[in-house]
Design a protein around this ligand. Structure first.
Ligand code: ZN
Length: 444
């Protein structure tokens, strides 16, 4: 999902790629000295068991394994064994114990790896409990799965933001309808979608490659799809290759081209996955990064960095829209400033989506009331609110990863880079984050 108003679209990350397992990168083999019970090598055997457990959970939950490009034999093994949930839970508990028994390594990155495995395993155990029928409250669930929780939000907070938009789009009728009419002037015509998206992705790529070194063969495929609960998706295939899909069920506003290019592609999901593969899987042989469990702390880092990445890549979004994408889409460049102002005000409403999800999933608000809440406080059309509810039904507290994730990543990078940071320094901190096993709780 996108920054600016990026709550409203619904972008998830990478995907399951069992079919592509053979194309994927095999880790650069185990280190030649591989004593089973010493640090850090003993983390290696736990890491392999962790991957196998993630694949086992995937047999019970079709959305769980978002990407996998490890050995095909492991995928087949998981499919054949189809371990029952109680058995997975027992193995996860034993594995936690094994990792805990490994002394905290001196090397900071290896220590982070150990903590990563423990936190990911804890999230896996929580997902198994959910699949076994346990109901968690929204905040408990997000803490258990994503290592973070969003604070509660009130109507008053969003009413104040509505007032700012009300001034921007004066006139008769409900504000959501006025905004929707205003936005209709910034829809990318269907026949311009592909050239606009390709231009934005190419520009995002060019800007990213100035600061981030990617494998020379990195590449992606772009596809247009319909009938999905999300707005865009990046399916990572391994070997620095992605499939980026754009959902065209609803009209697509011009800012989404930048959002999507940066969020799904550069420096978002495609780059995050490619850097983890390059630095952790290939250079270090850390097999656990060949699998991506969607309902896990990795997703807060992934979605948060993908959304923050839009600002990193396009600090001049308004000028780029006005000078390049508006003309390409046949839109009037003179209207770019008003449009961007509307989008940046709307973006601040994104937390209304978390609140709707919280109340709906906790049972204090009906599905219909939650949809109406989205129309009123997130200021999106009933059609988009319906798409949003379908997303919440499927992904639940995952919604916090977009906006809370973005804010946590932004604060982290700005703190690390310092207040006077040059763009190069900001990119450097950002790139390091994307190449590390850093967890949401490490961002604070
Ligand atoms: Zn995403």
């Amino acid at each position: 999902m996108p920054p600016r108003f990026r709550l409203l679209s619904v972008l998830v990350l990478t995907s399951s790629v069992l079919a592509c397992a053979t194309r994927g990168a095999t880790p650069t083999s185990e280190p030649s000295t591989n004593p089973p019970m010493t640090t850090p090598s003993s983390l290696d055997s736990s890491a392999e068991q962790y991957v196998k457990l993630v694949l086992a959970v995937g047999q019970h939950d079709g959305n769980y394994v978002d990407a996998y490009y490890g050995p095909e034999a492991w995928a087949k093994e998981a499919e054949a064994a189809k371990l029952p949930l109680p058995e997975i839970a027992a193995r996860a508990a034993a594995l936690v114990k094994a990792v805990e028994d490994v002394p905290v390594p001196d090397d900071a990155l290896v220590a982070m790896r150990r903590r990563f495995l423990l936190t990911q395993l804890s999230a896996l155990a929580a997902r198994v409990r959910m699949l076994s029928g346990e109901r968690l409250k929204f905040d408990e669930e997000s803490q258990a799965l994503y290592d973070a929780r969003d604070s509660q939000h009130t109507e008053a907070e969003f009413e104040a933001l509505r007032a700012g938009l009300d001034e921007l789009v004066p006139g008769q009728g409900p504000l959501t309808e006025r905004l929707e009419r205003f936005r209709q002037g910034f829809v990318i015509p269907k026949d311009k979608l592909d050239p606009v998206f390709r231009a934005a992705i190419e520009e995002a790529r060019r800007r990213t490659l100035k600061y981030v070194t990617l494998p020379a063969h990195e590449t992606f495929t772009l596809e247009y799809v319909t009938g999905k609960p999300w707005g865009g998706y990046n399916w990572f295939k391994g070997n620095a290759t992605s499939l980026i899909q754009v959902n065209t069920d609803l009209p697509i506003f011009i800012l989404r081209a930048i959002d999507l290019a940066a969020h799904e592609g550069y420096p978002g999901h495609h780059v995050y996955n490619a850097l983890l593969e390059q630095h952790l899987v290939r250079e270090r042989g850390w097999v656990e990064f060949q699998v991506y469990p969607l309902f896990s702390p990795m997703s807060l880092i992934a979605e948060g960095s993908a959304n923050y990445g839009i600002d990193v890549a396009f600090p001049d979004a308004e000028a780029y829209l006005r000078d390049v994408l508006f003309p390409l889409a046949g839109l009037d460049p003179k209207r770019a400033a008003d449009y961007v102002r509307m989008e940046s005000l709307s973006e601040k409403l994104s937390y209304a989506g978390n609140e709707a999800a919280r109340r709906y999933l906790d049972g204090t608000m009906s599905r219909e009331a939650a949809r109406d809440w989205l129309v009123r406080y997130a200021l999106i059309s009933p059609e988009r609110a319906a798409q949003r509810m379908a997303f919440i039904d499927t992904y639940r507290s995952y919604v916090i990863n977009y906006n809370l994730g973005r804010d946590l990543v932004k604060q982290y990078v700005e703190r690390q880079a310092g207040p006077e940071a040059t763009p190069a320094r900001r990119w450097e901190v950002f790139r390091e984050l994307l190449s590390s096993p850093r967890l949401p709780s490490d961002l604070r």
